[in-house]
Design a protein around this ligand. Structure first.
Ligand code: GDP
Length: 304
């Protein structure tokens, strides 16, 4: 396993005591270690470069506090910078003035959208909302059924194109755009206050997928479009996030599979490249393996 950045930087500076301010040389000595820590955490290469530039700017000339050695001081600056880029405080779902609030989920196949739909619906239900799930992923065999099972576990109804396990409704057609539109109309008519629309993904980004998702976005005018991304995607995070940001556009990010080994560098990459905040984290297959995203915890995980 890796030593933490803090351990490495502390040893870089073990012979430097009693210095008042951080110098160019101090910072160059740390840049290599910071780069290594971020690359180990799977932060995208161009993002690492830009981040180190920002840290250098902030660190240069900064005073070393009495309580810290220069290594600890740099770790603190890196940590603060990471927390700031990751979003400072956590952003909440922005609720529509006139319900229902419409939340659309987008992302690659296997990212964890359908699983997340169940978790998010339970989270909102626990907060006193009355959510409706809409199964507009008609691409993947079983996606509708899977959403129905998740909805049943969460105690949340599912609007689906075929009657199934817990579906109370039947949509007019098998067209995903129409299903999404009808689902939102159903929520409005029956006074559900939040609608979560699950959409299709592909194994790789493709034009047809983007067009379908963009058409659903136009049809249902969501208040939030959440881009769901597997934390284990590694260096591909940037290209995938950019493709979805350009092709559909999104307002927030959900990082999944954080129960695995991934250190979560994708959070920094996606935030840096798109400017969109990570809002939630998915940490397992169970309905309750779900957290509001905490930038400070993620910064520690990336640097650990
Ligand atoms: P979708 O294609 O984007 O709808 O992805 P799914 O929701 O079907 O998830 C794909 C697979 O990943 C399923 O086997 C899920 O059980 C699993 N999965 C989803 N989220 C997580 C998570 O946070 N951690 C783990 N370990 N597995 C997850």
């Amino acid at each position: 396993m890796f030593n933490s950045l803090s351990d490495r930087l502390t040893s870089t500076f073990k012979n430097l005591k009693g210095k008042g301010r951080l110098t160019d040389a101090d910072i160059d000595a740390t840049a290599r270690e910071i780069r290594r820590a971020l690359l180990d955490a799977d932060v995208a290469v161009p993002v690492v470069r830009e981040f180190i530039g920002q840290v250098k700017e902030r660190a240069l000339g900064s005073e070393v506090s009495q309580a810290l050695n220069p290594g600890q001081q740099v770790v603190k600056i890196v940590n603060d910078e990471l927390v700031q880029i990751l979003g400072g405080d956590t952003r909440r779902i922005s609720l529509a003035k006139n319900p229902p609030t419409v939340i659309m989920l987008v992302g690659l196949q296997g990212a964890g959208k359908t699983t997340l739909a169940g978790k998010l619906s339970k989270h909102l239900k626990d907060q006193g909302h009355t959510p409706l799930l809409v199964a507009a992923d008609l691409q993947r065999p079983n996606a509708v059924k899977q959403l129905q099972v998740n909805g049943e576990r969460a105690g949340v109804p599912v609007f689906a194109p075929h009657p199934g396990v817990s579906s109370e409704f039947e949509a007019a057609t098998g067209d995903p755009v129409q299903v999404a539109r009808d689902g939102v109309a159903e929520a409005r008519n029956r006074q559900y206050d939040v609608v979560i629309v699950d959409t299709a993904g592909r194994l790789g980004v493709d034009a047809e997928l983007m067009e379908q998702a963009a058409n659903i976005r136009t049809a249902v005018q969501p208040d939030e479009v959440l881009f769901v991304i597997d934390a284990m995607i590694g260096q591909d995070a940037v290209a995938t996030a950019q493709a979805f940001n350009d092709g559909v556009g999104f307002t927030g990010v959900v990082l999944t599979k954080l129960d695995g080994d991934a250190r979560g560098g994708a959070a920094l990459s996606v935030r840096s490249v798109t400017g969109k905040p990570v809002m939630f984290a998915s940490t397992g297959e169970a309905l309750t393996d779900f957290e509001v995203f905490h930038p400070d915890r993620m910064a520690s995980r990336i640097l650990d």
